[in-house]
Ligand binder design. Sequence first.
Ligand code: BTN
Length: 253
Amino acid sequence: MAKKIRIGKEIKFLPTCQSTNSLLMQMTLQDGTQNGSVIVTEDQTAGRGQRGNGWESEPGANLTFSIALKPEIIHLSEQFYLSMVIALGIYKVLKQYIPQDELQLKWPNDILVGKKKICGILIENVIKQGRMEWSVIGIGLNVNQIEFELGRAISLAMICGQPFDKQEILRLILQSIEQEYTNLAMGRQQALKTDYLNALYGYEQVCSYKDLNGKVIEGEIVDVEDQGPLVLKVNGKLQRYQFKEIKFLSLEE
Ligand code: BTN
């Protein structure tokens, strides 16, 4: 049986840092970095997001942290299970505070409340000889920030009308991700996939999307493949899309 990984046994708190993901990526190149180490910062000055975007977060208000994992249990051909583990781990904690019909995952791994984003996840892999040697998982969770420049962002405090103890939320999230990771290590892929799909925005619902050529597609999400592509049923036929190949029109401003 795979050895249980403790996530966050070793946590470094930094008052300021350019990007916790970049720092942990550098650390994975050095010997001695522990599997499951976490770096948290109060003030991330050059946060990075998906699609080459930045990640802005008011200093001291939110959670910005990264986890370094050696995903020995995950084969490259099944790498999307790691995204599911992380997104679901966070989702299950947020579900305790946010009505479940408002909280949804957006493929591949954003977390939304209504149509607004509460959490972004950036997973970067170090691949050696065809294997995932390290995964650095960056998480930006809006906790106590009340005003955002982007209209499409929301925080826990805005939803619940009260500030939250960030350390407590961090502890719950690390514990929850560890639990989901253990489930995966125990071979519970099917349950993980079912939970993920059931929480997914647009699952088994007809929605409008736009493809790379600007063509509008009416389709229904029916699956997410093990490597990550989204599977849509369009006019009765299955079509698969890689990340960046499709946009959710219903979530555009
Ligand atoms: C997204 O674009 O939705 C992903 C955002 C990920 C932001 C987090 S904050 C902590 C970690 N460090 C980074 O530079 N980015 C991630």
